[in-house]
Design a protein around this ligand. Sequence first.
Ligand SMILES: [Zn+2]
Ligand SMILES: [Zn+2]
Length: 69
Amino acid sequence: MTCYDCVLEDRTGTPAIGVCARCGLAACQNHARVLTSLISQVNGMGLSTGPVPARRFVCTACHTAETAY
Ligand SMILES: [Zn+2]
Ligand SMILES: [Zn+2]
């Protein structure tokens, strides 16, 4: 797969390292952010958060949109 943002910028076929968790487009290392997020689930009376953070891969466009507000 080819990075979508690289295709838009200079039309070169940079190989993508992953697929954005939000928009589903492929992105390379320069056009993506790997975030960590805690997994929480309803547990009895409330919400419990797991001890191990999960990994989340998002492209820069979605990362900017998520942190813009
Ligand atoms: Zn790229
Ligand atoms: Zn995205």
